[in-house]
Design a binder for this molecule. Structure first.
Ligand code: C2E
Ligand code: CA
Ligand code: CA
Length: 667
């Protein structure tokens, strides 16, 4: 205004406001177009009003300036500033008051009055600039401004560049941070994975450990674990002689038979049930272990007295003998228990277990529930070893002698044949009963050459008797065949050779096999039996009723005779389940077209009853004990030997047929 006059000033003011408004818009300030126009208009009006007011008061401005008076110059400046302030603030106040429906005064005094300082300062700066321009070359100033402008812009660029670089650096930093975080996450994932797999490893390690020390079927400690525990106890007993413990060795009766005839899964279940009963009986500090098959061990620790162990064994035997219900079927077993008291004199833990084992064999042999180990038993174990050695020579030296027990036709009370029963004439020991050496010969395999020898001498003996004493029906001979031999591939050939060499009529030879021997592997047994039958030899099932014969198999076995076990015959007079068995076996045999031999007939009463039941044959002390050859020959000359025991009433023989469905074999 001072430099170029009022019109230019109004225009510049309008342009400045327009530019400022546009700048605001560009900076994305919410400003309405209407407001922009109002602002331009108000600014222009303000400048125009100020110019007009000053011109009115002081006269034309250029003329006053031309006078070059400092006082008037200051006044003009002050007046211009005041005029600008008043017009502008009043206009804005009116506009705002109207718009916001407020009082003009409050808008002006609260928001605009203080702006006077700004206007006055602007006036002072404007004045100084005008005065400065008068003294300085305008072009030089323009050049300086341009120079500083360029410097400023360059600086701005530089600052922008720096800012951008910083931004980039920050972005890169952020990216790195993100990547780092990703890495950390991944790492954590790997660590977690590693932890998981190490846990799994730990678990499988523990599983392996568990498997190494436990029995898979029952989960009980196995032999290793048992021995380790025993070692610890032994160690402790050396330090503290007060500590008392005992080891019990258990073996289940007829487990093998149950397993073979009722199936392995049932056998397994029986073992599990036994394990549960055992665990239920011991105290927390005691240990139950399973060694193999049906063999268990128990450690009783902290015993107050030795009687405590025997009382426990007693309870144990009773509990295990109670029936087991498996698959809705009642199964029976019982345990034979050997007890060894632990003491610090034992050199090794295994020795205690061995002694308990030896005691268990004593319990078995003597039909006791439990037996306590005693040093004398060692001697027996050694004896057994000696017998084993001696048995090898017995075959070479022909130390075996056959005894023959007569088998009688019950209907006529006449001799039918014999069962050959082996005896061992031991050079030092004298006559050794078969129960003592047959198991040894079976475990050493000597049973095979031994049986061949027995077969040979029994057959040639019977041929001799047949020739010498000839009768209406040829005498027969029954030879016992071990289960161990039954599975042997050479058996059939051996039988054929014996028949050929002795010249016996094959029909006169009977082979006795126990139920368990054929049930062991029923399918192959059937094939084997068929081959034997083809030689013409007859087959008896021995000790029938004591095993777990599966009726479904029985009719498939090509057999000729059933031998009812002695225990059932002796129970006949009692009114018990066992007494009933003889009847059922006879009925079963009739249904299957088999002949029956009753074993162990000791009384006339048994003989009569069996006769009435229709049992064909019998053997037992009532007729004769097993006798050596010489005694049998005396007997063969006496034809009427047993006639006196026949009932003189001539009672008819009434076979009692029973429904097969009613059949119940021994438990
Ligand atoms: P086993 O085959 O059941 O033989 C019957 C056993 O009962 C025989 O015992 C016999 O003496 C006995 N005995 C017969 N009648 C009566 C009686 O009325 N009352 C009583 N209390 N007992 C009677 P032994 O001779 O001591 O034979 C025992 C077992 O040894 C036999 O039982 C058989 O399994 C086995 N054995 C005997 N000889 C041989 C053989 O040559 N080979 C094989 N593999 N085993 C044999
Ligand atoms: Ca027999
Ligand atoms: Ca028998």
């Amino acid at each position: 205004m001072l430099q170029y006059g009022g019109e230019i000033a109004v225009l510049l003011a309008a342009v400045e406001i327009a530019a400022a408004s546009l700048n605001m818009l560009r900076g994305s300030m919410p400003i309405k177009v209407k407001t922009i126009f109002i602002n331009i208009w108000m600014q222009a009006l303000t400048v125009f009003a100020a110019y007009y007011a000053v011109s009115m008061i002081f006269g034309p401005i250029d003329r006053i300036l031309a006078r070059n008076e400092m006082a008037s110059f200051v006044w003009i400046i002050a007046s211009m500033a005041m005029a600008l302030f008043l017009v502008n603030s009043v206009l804005v106040a009116i506009y705002t008051a109207l718009k916001k429906e407020m009082s003009f005064w409050s808008v002006w005094s609260n928001n605009l009055a203080s702006a006077i300082v700004l206007y006055l300062t602007g006036g002072v700066v404007g004045g100084i600039m005008i005065k400065a321009l008068e003294k300085v070359d305008f072009y030089l100033l323009a050049a300086v401004i341009v120079f500083f402008g360029i410097v400023y812009l360059t600086f701005r660029r530089f600052v922008d560049d720096v800012k951008k670089t910083v931004e980039k650096a920050k972005a890169a930093e952020r990216e790195r941070a993100e990547q780092a975080e990703e890495h950390v996450n991944e790492l954590q994932h790997y660590v977690a994975e590693l932890e998981r797999s190490s846990e799994a490893l730990q678990e499988s390690h523990e599983n392996f450990r568990h498997a190494a020390y436990h029995d898979a079927l029952t989960g009980l400690p196995n032999r290793n674990y048992f021995i380790d525990t025993l070692k610890e106890l032994l160690h402790a007993s050396r330090e503290n002689t007060e500590s008392n413990f005992a080891v019990l060795f258990l073996d289940l009766k007829s487990f093998k038979t149950i397993n073979d005839s009722l199936g392995h899964s049932l056998g397994d279940r029986l073992i599990k049930n036994v394990a549960k009963r055992l665990e239920g009986l011991v105290r927390e500090d005691d240990m139950v272990g399973r060694f193999s098959g049906d063999k268990f061990g128990i450690i009783l620790s902290d015993l107050l007295s030795r009687e405590e162990a025997t009382a426990f064994a007693d309870r144990l035997a009773k509990r295990l003998a109670e029936p087991y219900t498996l698959d809705g079927r009642q199964v029976f077993t019982s345990a034979k228990i050997g007890i060894a008291y632990g003491n610090s004199k034992y050199p090794e833990a295994e020795d205690i277990l061995r002694d308990a084992d030896i005691a268990m064999y004593y319990a078995k042999d003597n039909e006791e529930n439990y037996v306590i180990f005693d040093q004398k038993m060692h001697i027996r174990a050694v004896t057994r070893l000696q017998l084993e050695t001696d048995l090898r020579f017995a075959i070479e030296r022909n130390e075996f002698e056959l005894y023959y027990q007569p088998i009688i036709s019950l209907e006529t009370a006449t001799l039918e044949g014999f069962e050959a029963l082996v005896r061992w004439n031991h050079p030092q020991r004298g006559l050794v009963p078969p129960n003592e050496f047959i198991p040894i010969s079976e475990s050493t395999g000597l049973i095979i050459p031994m049986t061949v020898q027995i077969l040979h001498s029994a057959c040639s003996q019977v041929v001799k008797w047949q020739n010498k004493y000839g009768s209406a029906r040829p005498l027969s001979v029954a030879v016992n065949l071990s289960g161990k031999h039954f599975g042997h591939p050479a058996l059939v050939e051996q039988i054929k050779t014996v028949i050929a060499e002795t010249g016996i009529d094959a029909a006169s030879l009977k082979l006795e096999l126990t139920e368990s021997a054929v049930m062991d592997n029923a399918e192959t047994a059937i094939l084997m039996l068929k081959q034997i039958k083809e030689t013409g030899v007859r087959i008896s099932i021995d000790d029938f009723g004591t095993g777990y014969s599966s009726l479904s198999y029985l009719h498939r076995f090509p057999i000729d005779l059933l031998k009812v076990d002695r225990s059932f015959v002796s129970a006949m007079e009692e009114n018990t389940e066992n007494g009933e068995i003889v009847r059922t076996v006879i009925a079963l045999a009739k249904a299957l077209n088999l002949k029956v031999v009753a074993e162990g007939i000791e009384s006339i009463h048994q003989f009569h009853q069996l006769r009435i039941l229709g049992c064909e044959y019998g053997q037992g002390y009532l007729f004769s004990k097993p006798l050596p050859v010489a005694d049998i020959e005396r007997l063969l000359t006496d034809n009427t030997r047993w006639q006196n025991i026949l009932p003189n009433t001539g009672m008819p023989v009434i076979p009692q047929n029973r429904e097969i469905s009613q059949l119940r074999l021994a438990q």
